[in-house]
Write a protein that binds this ligand. Sequence first.
Ligand code: BGC
Length: 482
Amino acid sequence: MATEENTPPQEKREFPPLNKWLWMVAGVIGVAGILFGYDQGVIAGALKGIQNDLHVSDTVLSVITSWVTLGALVGALVAGTMADRFGRKSALLFAGALFAVGAVVEGVAPGTVVLVIGRLTVGFAVGVASVAAPLYAAEMAPARLRGRYVSGYQLGITFGIFIAYLVAQLLDAADWRWMLGLSGIVGVLLIIAIVPLPDTPRWFVKRGRHDDAVKALAKVDDTGDPAATLEHLEEDIKADAQASWGEVFSARWRAPLMIGIGLAVFQQITGINAIIYYANNIFEAAGFHSFESQTEATTWAIGAVNVVATLIAVKYVDRVGRKPLLLTGLVGMGVSLLVVGFAFQDIADNPDATGTTTAGIVTLIALIVYITSFAFSLGPVVWTMINEIYPRQVRGRMVSIATAFNWFAAFVVAQLFLDVTNAIGESGTFWIFAGFCLLAFLWIWRYVPETKDRTLEEIQAMFSKRFDDSEQEKKDAAGGAS
Ligand code: BGC
């Protein structure tokens, strides 16, 4: 996925109206985001019913929650090859169909094993879609719109989480099969959204199907010059082909590779999905005793706030700059996690308190601050930066490596959260997340460069120059020493 390539900053904010085809592409990216988000959010509402019906331990509950990310990790890794060989469109059709099947399996699962198989299946489908959908949108959208499509994806994710929370709120805890099974509809919607659309011009060119490429270009870039775009695409594809895996890991590109991986991992280990998945459990521990009051707090304080704050972020991300957003967001996240930790200490000290306590209300407010801070910083900015810091020749592979690290970190957090909470308590767990916020702050402040208003080529040249300068320094130091 790429952002607004080669677009001078002053032209970035002029957006001519989208034609019918571009709206349909936006629809695909939106539905793919909802697919991702629904799947992330639904488990918060389903956990209680699963526990009541299947009587599973906390460790098994963590497996049911987190193995979806394991499936997604594998899906993301194979998605690139799949999208290259069979096309972006076929990969998305496959993801939609597999997701629908997995959702039905989850819904009818007679026991834990089949349920986990269903979770792995939908996870795999989400992983494929998480690479193929942004890739499809980035290749379909004219350069000037790419940034918007990346943010649109994050918006889709938050909307999907919100819908899942809302469904859980409307249903009863015992209806967990419906909560999981209903997500199949989103898979079917993805199929319906993509069927009328062609594959991307870039993929057609790669496969030597020039006529199809011209036809696809005429649809999505009706104001542009298809012949010139086609020529540009061919040059680009030649450059892509020259890059080897050696180059991906070469010393010259180590800095951007590490920055992408670092951002992807910090996005997860600062706690976002522990809160997205286990929101109801957290509110229960904070004194929200009935299932209704928990799902209500989760739907509005976490789900709706996440959507609204992301909407605001999408509007300002290009104006304020990536780094100030990341750093400010991390301060908000870190401080609110510290507060949540203290509130839980108070809750642990007063086990006999009944009804909604001050500590419970403090937790609710602090979590709203946390979600807002995440939604304007690490949520959208990490995905934007991962897709803009890499040189063209190695971008696809570096993006999929960073995405896989993101899923892996999500897996570790979801898998360990309940066990760590049981071992050291809620307070300690939230303070660990707060500690990671501090680490992320220092690391981003020291190593991550600002990329706002720079073209992809300028970003690439900046990393190249840094590398050349540091090599020169090393040579000078060696020369001085001898
Ligand atoms: C993250 C997801 C998270 C979501 C929450 C995304 O940027 O990658 O893991 O669930 O934000 O809004």
